[in-house]
Design a binder for this molecule. Structure first.
Ligand code: NAP
Length: 248
């Protein structure tokens, strides 16, 4: 049990998820740092949070597995008695032009990015309804707003996350549960590090701010949506993209 509010951040072993976990821990949450394969990196995130005087635990779960998500949520509510914030951040890319994209690469991205969010919301929703409170924050992408050549699977998954966010927001609003999404542009993480320098330069040309964003700049907006200041905000998609999606 913990006397703190409890936050679950999926895919928090690195990148944006790790920044969100650290920020929510600094804001006073007991944070569950979820990971899939990177046990050591997840433990490093927990160690950093604890060293800063805050509380966290690392728990493995593949979000593409419906039953495993059920077990994760059941363990959190059994161990800590409640769940206050769910951040659906876990995500993957399997980029390629559509005419060369395999069905396996399409399915893998949908299963993690879109179905993963459905799985956790489906299981955590019961707890939120019981509590008559809860915050769900989904990490979408500007690719889901604008589309992106070479990312048909990823853009479809993120557009799906946006539809999921707005629909669930309508369903849970009467119980004062908010459901919002953050749509990052290009953020400096492993996902973007994998790009070539010329590809990064081409992308930067399309960012009005003229630079790639930092994970902490996404975490700041997630922290706002989790906070009491956002209690009357639901069904919204907030782009954190240095202006990339202006005009869409
Ligand atoms: P990243 O550095 O590649 O990290 C991805 C995280 O997701 C890792 O912690 C990874 O855990 C976890 N993950 C992947 N598959 C999982 C699964 N099946 N179950 C549980 N966890 C899983 O990615 P990122 O750049 O921080 O991206 C985080 C989120 O922001 C994603 O949803 C991404 O689509 C979105 N986003 C990123 C950008 C960007 O520019 N970086 C832009 C727009 C949107 P393991 O290491 O343990 O596998």
């Amino acid at each position: 049990m913990s006397d703190k509010r409890i936050a679950l951040v999926t895919g928090a072993s690195r990148g944006i998820g790790a920044a969100v976990a650290k920020r929510l821990a600094a804001d006073g949450y007991f944070v569950v740092v979820n990971y899939n394969g990177s046990a050591q990196r997840a433990q490093e995130v927990v160690t950093q949070i604890v060293a800063a005087g805050n509380d966290a635990v690392a728990l493995q779960c593949d979000v593409s597995d419906f039953d495993a998500c059920g077990e994760l949520i059941a363990r959190i509510t059994a161990d800590y008695g409640r769940l206050d914030v769910l951040v659906n951040n876990a995500g993957i890319t399997r980029d390629g032009l559509l005419m060369r994209m395999s069905e396996a690469d399409f399915d893998a991205v949908i299963d993690t990015n879109l179905k993963g969010a459905f799985h956790t919301i489906r299981h955590a929703g019961r707890q939120f309804l019981k509590q008559r409170s809860g915050r769900i924050i989904n990490i979408a992408s500007v690719s889901g707003l604008l589309g992106n050549a070479g990312q048909a699977n990823y853009a479809a998954s993120k557009a799906g996350v946006i539809g999921l966010t707005k629909s669930v927001a309508r369903e849970l609003a009467s119980r004062q549960i908010t459901v919002n999404a953050v749509a990052p542009g290009f953020i400096a993480t492993d996902m973007v590090d994998a790009m070539t320098d010329s590809a990064k330069a081409a992308v930067t040309d399309h960012i009005p701010f003229g630079r790639i964003g930092e994970p902490e700049e996404v975490a700041d907006v997630v922290a706002f949506l989790a906070s009491d200041a956002a209690r009357y905000v639901t069904g919204q998609i907030i782009a954190v993209d240095g202006g990339m999606s202006i005009g869409c």
